[in-house]
Write a protein that binds this ligand. Structure first.
Ligand SMILES: [Zn+2]
Length: 266
């Protein structure tokens, strides 16, 4: 058994390898910091009164989060990723970091590209751009895909046999669907969290779709979701699955926003 110090050393080493590979591929500078309390750290790093206020309003969201990005003043500055220490010492899933880091790096790259695309040099200005809400949920879809796909490959999970399909159907699928059902109940009056949970579920489902298209595809979406959302979930799923890359979707963030508004009418 590794002790806590060795676990942290291993986590830092893995983070540094991932950062290096990311920099070589994207030329974007990233730093990762492991923290005790994400919400507290965000408040500490807030640069203005407005920012503090908006962080306070997201307290509940932060409590459920494993990691977050801190936007620097300019997109060319170092991007900071905060990761909760709970991720490293997670006894239920000791390998959670293997998906969390690529997940957050995908967000960094997406925010960077969204800012460049909108010709803003500051990530906070990017949030005021047209289509930002659609982008915000699309990057969650993309990051979920990237993180989960990387995780399966890195841990050498079976990605080809019929056994793997059974394993997913009987365990992962059921577990995540139950989580989702609980979350949708819990967040039924909170649109952002509600949509966020749906997006995360279909992000993961879409990786199964990539790997085993005969078993996981738009016609095999869980019946619970079809009962709850009817064709709206089908349209959303198809749209996301057809727009997996930033290049695919960059002119269509408003279209996504419309589909999401139908899912959760305000
Ligand atoms: Zn995310």
């Amino acid at each position: 058994m590794l002790n806590e110090k060795e676990i942290f050393e291993g986590a830092k080493k893995f983070a540094n390898e991932m950062i290096k590979e990311f920099y070589n591929r994207t030329n974007i500078n990233v730093k990762i910091e492991f923290v005790e309390d994400i919400h507290k750290k965000k408040l500490e790093l807030a640069k203005s009164y407005e920012e503090r206020e908006s962080i306070i309003s997201e307290k509940e969201f932060d409590k459920n989060t494993n990691a977050t990005l801190i936007f620097p003043k300019f997109i060319t500055d170092i991007q900071l990723i905060l990761i909760s220490k709970n991720v490293i010492v997670n006894t239920i899933n000791p390998n959670q970091l293997v998906s969390t880091i690529p997940h957050e790096l995908a967000h960094v790259e997406d925010f960077y590209r969204f800012s460049v695309f909108n010709k803003v040099g500051n990530l906070n200005d990017a949030m005021k751009c047209i289509g930002y809400r659609g982008f915000y949920f699309w990057t969650e879809y993309n990051s979920k895909r990237q993180g989960y796909d990387f995780y399966r490959k890195k841990l050498n999970w079976d990605n080809s046999s019929d056994n793997a399909v059974e394993e997913i159907k009987n365990r992962e699928f059921i577990w995540h669907l139950n989580e989702l059902k609980g979350d949708l109940q819990k967040y039924k009056s909170k649109s952002k969290l509600f949509i966020y949970c749906v997006i995360q579920f279909i992000g993961r489902f879409s990786v199964w779709n990539d790997l085993f298209p005969n078993y996981f595809n738009v016609t095999t979406l869980p019946k619970e979701l079809l009962i709850m959302f009817d064709s709206r979930i089908v349209n959303l799923y198809n749209f996301l699955y057809e727009n997996k890359t930033f290049e695919d979707i960059k002119y269509k963030f408003n279209e996504l926003d419309d589909l999401l508004s139908k899912l959760y009418p305000n």
